[in-house]
Design a protein around this ligand. Structure first.
Ligand code: SAM
Length: 355
């Protein structure tokens, strides 16, 4: 029998403020405390990035399995008001495909204490919505962009939408979202030669570029370590065009941030490289994930999940949901284990986890 059924039936308090005496922490057995919640709003996407999913897309989650706006908000409220979550990042799939996104952002930003709200998006449709999202309370944004070349964009994403993404990035800046970060995955022989151009472009645009090592999270299970462009190779490639030094402030301020920062000599610009595979940062991880169908995941690479949707739909109170969430996080593993010979890629692809 699931734990929630064995617990006393408590009514949801429904209020936004922290309930006195109920503040808990999402702490695991290694002393890590999760304060950064990544919520996947949908597993659907309007791009078909080759490193993420096949050309034909995936079997999307059935609509009745996806949390409604009210359900999503209830779980986010539990995390923020009872479990010490201070940042809520909305992702997917493509979060801009979620209807009522602006409303959801407004409701999350009305929680007390108000969390910092961030969005990770491919930028398609952002041009028309950035202002409204900012007005609703969105603060920060990450837009994914792997190339500045329209033909390469089409090759990677299987769609001709580069101009929409670039318009979305401009609109995000104009709307005052800050920082605007750019997530870039490099692939050998496809766009890895573009790293210096992307850096020059990002410096001119005033956006923060972050290269991410490609991870084994594609639905096709085609990832091969030997093919991956490593953080060291990215740094070397950039270094052939601009002088980079390790950011002296980075070591003191990095905390749980996944990107290692390198300052471009002669400027105050710092480019980030996220060595998720070759230099994992699991020891400092402060993230926890909620999937669009209401499952808690402690790690991108977790093979186990904790179901919150079933208890939620059975009427579990906020207090009971908080208890279940605390238990789910307590069992986190020490690290993602990609280097372990027994490593198995998770069943869910990145698009259904929330990157
Ligand atoms: N659709 C949104 C977007 O494009 O940003 C949010 C979801 S997407 C899964 C989030 C981020 O994960 C994107 O920056 C994407 O490039 C990255 N990503 C997807 N698959 C990846 C992989 N196998 N390795 C590394 N990053 C990946």
């Amino acid at each position: 029998m699931s734990t929630f059924l064995a617990m006393p039936a408590l009514r949801s308090h429904g209020g936004a403020a922290t309930v006195p005496g109920t503040q808990r922490r999402l702490e695991d057995s290694f002393g890590r405390v999760a304060t950064d919640l990544r919520v996947s709003l949908t597993d659907r996407c309007n791009l078909r990035c080759t490193y993420c999913m096949p050309a034909e897309g995936l079997d999307w989650m059935p609509g009745d399995e996806i949390l409604t706006d009210d359900e999503m908000l209830q779980l986010i409220r539990v995390a923020v008001t009872r479990l010490g979550v201070t940042t809520v990042r909305l992702t997917g799939g493509e979060p801009l495909l979620r209807k009522n996104l602006e409303q959801l952002v407004a409701e999350i930003s009305a929680l007390e204490p108000a969390p910092a709200i961030a969005l990770t998006t491919n930028g398609i449709g952002l041009a028309a919505r950035a202002e409204r999202l900012a007005a609703a309370g969105l603060k920060r944004i990450n837009v994914s962009l792997d190339t500045l070349d329209p033909a390469t964009f089409k090759q990677i994403t299987r769609r001709s939408r580069l101009a929409d993404v670039l318009d979305g990035i401009s609109a995000a800046r104009q709307a005052g979202l800050d920082p605007v970060k750019i997530n870039t995955v490099l692939m050998r022989g496809l766009n890895d030669h573009e790293a210096p151009d992307l850096l020059r472009w990002a410096m001119a645009e005033g956006v923060q570029l972050r290269f991410i090592e490609q991870m084994p999270l594609d639905a096709q299970h085609a990832w091969q370590r030997s093919e991956m462009v490593t953080a060291a190779q990215i740094r070397e490639s950039l270094g052939r065009h601009v002088a980079l030094v390790e950011d002296p402030l980075d070591a003191q301020t990095r905390g749980s941030a996944p990107a290692e920062l390198f300052r471009v000599v002669g400027s105050d610009y710092a480019v980030g490289i996220i060595a998720a595979v070759t230099k994992p940062f699991c020891g400092n991880c402060d993230r926890v994930r909620l999937t669009a169908d209401g499952q808690v995941r402690n790690c991108l690479f977790a093979r186990a999940e904790s179901d919150l949707r079933t208890p939620l739909r059975a009427g579990a109170s906020d207090e009971v949901l908080a208890d279940l969430w605390v238990t789910a996080v307590a069992g986190s593993r020490a690290g993602h284990g990609i280097d372990d010979p027994t490593f198995l890629q998770p069943d869910r692809p990145m698009s259904a986890i929330g990157g």
